[in-house]
Design a protein around this ligand. Structure first.
Ligand code: AMP
Length: 175
């Protein structure tokens, strides 16, 4: 099994001073690492009847289709505002300065469908909480939230509770 943490590159002070950016492009370009990451994101959710895997724009899109194929599920996109062509629902979330928002098509999830949410990284949990609310507004049942990376010194997991959180690589400190 690959040591996934060794395949992630830390970029200090990017995109601004004080941020330790976790660059996953080095993991994506490693064939064994990529395969292991997809398998391990999907594993806890096998046999759980997952109908749909939701990916959040943009890096969630890199993992959602592969995880969905592992689980025999379809894919739903949670996109930045104005990108989806049909009727949408929107959920806003706070950024350090200002607000951002995610949208899904209003009919993307049918009531009672089981949905797994996927993104590359859990930080404050604002992004994934917005995605979770969109699914819940449509009557979807959230089976879990799966991340390649979790920054455990931030309260993302608590913010998503009681929704189950699964992560493969945990960073307990900022650097
Ligand atoms: P949050 O909403 O605070 O949980 O932030 C998660 C989103 O922001 C994910 O889509 C990540 O891609 C991105 N993100 C936040 N912090 C980092 C970081 N340190 N390195 C890379 N991506 C990050």
């Amino acid at each position: 099994m690959s040591d996934l943490a060794s395949l992630v590159r830390n970029i200090p002070d990017w995109p601004k001073p004080g941020i330790q950016f976790k660059d996953i492009t080095t993991l994506l370009s490693d064939p064994a690492g990529l395969r292991d990451a997809i398998t391990r994101l999907a594993t806890p959710f096998r046999g759980k009847g997952v109908d749909l895997v939701l990916g959040t724009e943009a890096r969630g899109f890199l993992f959602a289709p592969a995880v969905a194929m592992e689980l025999g599920a379809g894919v739903v996109l949670a996109r930045k505002p104005g990108k989806l062509p049909c009727k949408t629902n929107r959920e806003e979330y706070a950024l350090e300065y200002g607000v951002d928002a995610l949208e899904t098509h209003a009919d993307a999830v049918a009531p009672g469908q089981k949905v797994l949410l996927v993104d590359d990284l859990l930080a404050t949990g604002g992004t994934m909480t917005a995605a979770a609310r969109l699914v819940e507004r449509m009557g979807g049942e959230i089976v879990g939230c799966a991340f390649l990376i979790e920054l455990t010194f931030l309260p993302g997991r608590e913010r998503l509770a009681p929704r189950p959180v699964h992560s493969l690589i945990k960073y307990a400190t900022e650097d």
